[in-house]
Design a protein around this ligand. Structure first.
Ligand SMILES: [Zn+2]
Length: 310
């Protein structure tokens, strides 16, 4: 089932921290390079604002033979690489919220040339917050079980069916102008019951606010789901998705192609919420499908907070 989504009201953050710290950290920095070269001199570098759970690392691979196909494997999954206009290759490596601190090797293969890059994942502590929502969204009634399973299957299929082409070309943009809270990664307790970590950013926009596509892509979901209410999922290609939840209205249909910044819908309070807000997630799928009945291990990024050059 989708990760819980919450609104701005009814939230008690235990340590009382407020505000959007992520914005202050939004500038990408270059991390140290540790590449082991063999036949060809591959040069690997990483761009990330931090190497820790819930973050995105952009691996940049230079020195591959022209036309060589580049493969990247990290965190036990294959990660698609794409070619930049400068002729380098890039792969977007998401660090799941559940990854423990430690050193994880990314393996790069480029037409027979190999390199390894050590991703040193730092510890990240997430807060816990308590929220009160309609009890039907914490322990759904038996009558809704079939529908919830159908929603989960639909999303599993969507995550597995990303376009093999990169559909975005520009920077990711904010879907709304309003600030997001700092709830990303927070462990949530709904009506006294622990639920999975909050895998998105909540933008505190009034109901009716226009929502813009974070980047170009194809609308693969534009329908009502039990937990996330009226939901849009945009496939940006290469396994990169944006999910926009709790909408009051849709301005697109499934199958539509959208441009970066295009109007896609309106902020609302549908699904499991405590008030109007936009819940926004970005993510990439794991290599292997996971049963819809298990808790889905999924990588969602906090990049909704800022525009990100990918
Ligand atoms: Zn949320």
């Amino acid at each position: 089932m989708p990760t819980p989504s919450e609104g701005r009201t009814g939230s008690k953050e235990r340590d009382g921290r407020k505000g959007d710290r992520h914005l202050a950290l939004a500038t990408f920095v270059t991390c140290s390079v540790l590449a082991v070269q063999s036949a060809e001199p591959l040069r690997v570098s990483a761009l990330a604002r931090a190497v820790r759970p819930g973050e995105l690392v952009v691996l940049e691979i230079a020195g591959a033979e022209p036309g060589a196909s580049v493969h990247v494997r990290a965190f036990d999954r294959d990660i698609p690489a794409y070619t930049t206009t400068e002729g380098t290759h890039r792969a977007l490596v998401g660090i799941d919220l559940d990854v423990k601190p430690g050193t994880y090797a990314a393996a790069i293969d480029a037409g027979g040339a190999h390199a390894a890059y050590d991703l040193v994942v730092a510890k990240r502590a997430f807060r816990t917050r308590t929220l009160t929502v309609d009890p039907a969204f914490v322990t759904p009634p038996e009558s809704e079980r079939e529908r919830i399973e159908r929603d989960a299957k639909l999303l599993e299929e969507v995550w597995r069916s990303s376009s093999p082409e990169r559909l975005w070309r520009e920077r990711f943009v904010r879907p709304v102008a309003e600030a997001a809270n700092s709830a990303f990664g927070t462990r949530s307790i709904f009506n006294g019951q622990p639920r999975s970590a909050h895998g998105g950013a909540d933008f505190l926009s009034p109901a009716g606010t226009a929502i813009h596509a974070p980047n170009a892509g194809r609308i693969v979901v534009a329908r009502e789901l039990y937990f996330s209410g009226n939901t849009i999922v945009i496939d940006h290609g290469l396994g990169v998705f944006s999910m926009l939840a709790h909408l009051s209205a849709f301005d697109v249909r499934e199958g539509d192609r959208v441009a970066a910044g295009q109007l896609v819908g309106r902020v609302g309070a549908t699904g499991r919420v405590t008030g109007p807000h936009l819940h926004c997630k970005h993510g990439t799928p794991p290599g292997a499908p996971v049963s819809a009945k298990k808790r889905r291990i999924w990588t969602w990024y906090s990049t909704c907070h800022s525009s990100s050059r990918l």
